[in-house]
Ligand binder design. Structure first.
Ligand code: DX5
Ligand code: ZN
Length: 215
C-alpha cells in the first residue's frame, strides 16, 4: 500500500479551505506542496506564506517540493510555515550535501528530486543521508502532463540501490500518475505517489484517493 500525496497545485485556490477539508477527510496520507520560482522551472506557484495557511488546516504530513534556485534561502521560512519535509532538486544545488544537512538541522525530513534526464546513479553518495528521493516522471513546472515511461526503469534501478544497501529511503514518484499507471509505478518500487490532476480533476476526489490507496 503506497503513501498517497495529492498535489495542491491542482486545487482550486479560491476554494482552498474546501480542498484542504476534502483531503483531510480523505485517505490521503500527505499533502504535497509544489513551490516554483519561474527560474528553475518556467512557472510560478506559491511560497511560505500560502504554505502556512495550508499547513494550519491539517495534521497530515506536509511534503514540500522545492522547484527553485537557491532553495537554502527559504529553509527557515518553510520550517516556520509548518513544513515536515523539504525536497530539493539535485540540478539546483552545487552544495547538495550542505543543504541536506541544513534541512536536517531544522528537524525536517530531507529529500532530493531528480529531473527526467538525471540518472539515479548520481544519488549514490547522498543516498545514505536522505529520507526520500523524488523521481520526476514529467518535466517539473506544470501539472497535467503525461507520465514519461522511462521513469519506471529509474524507479527499479533506485529501488535496487536502496535494497542492496539496506537503506531507509522512500521513493516518491511525481508527475502524470493516473489510476491506469499507478499500479505499474508501485510494482516498480515506488513508496509515495504524488497525484495532482488525477485527484483534483476527478468527479469524486475522495473516491479517487481511495482507489489509489487500495492499489
Ligand atoms: C510538477 C509538480 C507535480 C504536479 C503533479 O512539476 O512537481 O507535483 O503537481 O501534477 P500531475 O499529477 O497533474 O502530473
Ligand atoms: Zn511536486
Amino acid at each position: 500500500m503506497a503513501i498517497i500525496a495529492p498535489s495542491l497545485l491542482a486545487a482550486n485556490f479560491l476554494q482552498l479551505q474546501r480542498d484542504c477539508d476534502m483531503l483531510n477527510a480523505s485517505e490521503a496520507d500527505w499533502f504535497h506542496l509544489d513551490v516554483m520560482d519561474g527560474r528553475f522551472v518556467p512557472n510560478i506557484s506559491f511560497g511560505p506564506m500560502l504554505i502556512k495557511f495550508i499547513t494550519s488546516t491539517t495534521s497530515k504530513f506536509c511534503d514540500v517540493h522545492l522547484m527553485i534556485e537557491e532553495p537554502e534561502k527559504y529553509f527557515e521560512a518553510l520550517k516556520e510555515a509548518g513544513s515536515d519535509s523539504l525536497t530539493i532538486h539535485v540540478e539546483t544545488c552545487r552544495h547538495l550535501h550542505r543543504n541536506i544537512q541544513l534541512i536536517k538541522q531544522l528537524d525536517m525530513g530531507a529529500g532530493v528530486a531528480i529531473n527526467p534526464h538525471t540518472p539515479v546513479d548520481l544519488l549514490k553518495d547522498i543516498l545514505g543521508d536522505i529520507d526520500l528521493v523524488c523521481i520526476m516522471s514529467v518535466n517539473p513546472g506544470f501539472g497535467g502532463q503525461s507520465f514519461i515511461p522511462h521513469s519506471l526503469d529509474k524507479i527499479r534501478q533506485l529501488k535496487e540501490m536502496i535494497t542492496e544497501r539496506n537503506l531507509n529511503v522512500k521513493i516518491e514518484v511525481d508527475g502524470g500518475i493516473t489510476l491506469a499507471n499507478a499500479q505499474s509505478v508501485i510494482d516498480a518500487g515506488a513508496d509515495v505517489l504524488v497525484a495532482g490532476s488525477t485527484v483534483f480533476n476527478s468527479a469524486d476526489p475522495g473516491a479517487t484517493i481511495k482507489a489509489l490507496k487500495q492499489l
